[in-house]
Design a protein around this ligand. Structure first.
Ligand code: PGA
Length: 254
């Protein structure tokens, strides 16, 4: 059975003390309210990672992740952080290919394929993001875009490697806009992604892949989205900055 996950993406928010305070609240609420079946992941800025991992010790269903890692092992890449460094502080996850990285930092599918390889080589679980822009959806290109992001970004992996990935479908037009994909729209794409995985690998691999939805997900719309058969949780931006909202989304699975 594939894992259901609710992952928070703090983006470039919260200084060190604010991040620790929020994560402490999240951990306390998780301890008091989670049933044991739920998996929460928090993807913070790099500077928080080590401390969050320490705070999460003993909570097996709470993971910590980065929001990016470089494709190279090490070297003269001023200002960058490697997958090995992320792993060395005990983080388990790394978001790769978020649309903001694709848009503002020019990250291509080809580059992301390399980042995925490096992250997997260091035993990190990539949360690999894909999704179409509004323009692409209006031009009816969304299926083609999703397919090329899969093919060029992650379909070079063998089935064992692929089994370690989490995928996040995040329509760019829904990120931070307050406009959520309807549960039908999201389910349609999630089913398409799973069908493509089955065609490339096999049905078992497809059935075992966790596919998250992201884009203006909140405690109100999460129950309907997560009730869809191919939606296995969420990647949460804005609402992950409020402990109550984030935990309420985590608790949609029970
Ligand atoms: P949002 O962000 O929930 O604020 O729309 C989601 C994301 O970018 O992962």
């Amino acid at each position: 059975m594939r894992k259901k996950i609710v992952a928070g993406n703090w983006k470039m928010n919260l200084d060190y003390n604010e991040g620790l305070a929020l994560f402490s609240e999240i951990i306390n609420m998780f301890k008091d309210e989670a049933t044991g079946q739920q998996h929460a992941v928090v993807c913070s800025p790099f500077i928080h990672l080590h401390s969050l991992v320490q705070l999460a010790k003993g909570y097996h269903n709470v993971g910590v992740g980065a929001q990016n890692a470089h494709q190279a092992e090490a070297g003269a890449y001023t200002g960058e952080i490697s997958a090995k460094m992320v792993k060395s502080v005990g983080a388990g996850y790394v978001i790769l290919g978020h649309s903001e990285r694709r848009q503002y930092f020019g990250e291509s599918n080809e580059l992301l394929a390399k980042k995925t390889d490096t992250a997997l080589a260091h035993d990190l679980t990539p949360i690999f993001c894909i999704g179409e822009t509004l323009q692409e959806r209006e031009a009816n290109q969304h299926f083609d875009i999703i397919k090329s992001q899969l093919v060029d970004g992650i379909f070079h992996l063998d089935a064992t490697q692929f089994g370690k990935l989490v995928i996040a479908y995040e329509p760019v037009w829904a990120i931070g806009t307050g406009v959520t994909a309807s549960s039908d729209q999201a389910q349609e794409i999630h089913a398409f992604i799973r069908k493509e995985i089955a065609a490339k690998y096999n049905q078992q691999v497809a059935d075992d892949t966790t596919i998250l939805y992201g884009g203006s997900c909140n405690p109100k719309n999460a129950p309907e989205l997560f009730a869809q058969p191919d939606i296995d949780g969420g990647l949460i931006g804005g609402a992950s900055l409020k402990s109550r909202d984030f935990i309420d989304i985590v608790k949609v699975f029970n």
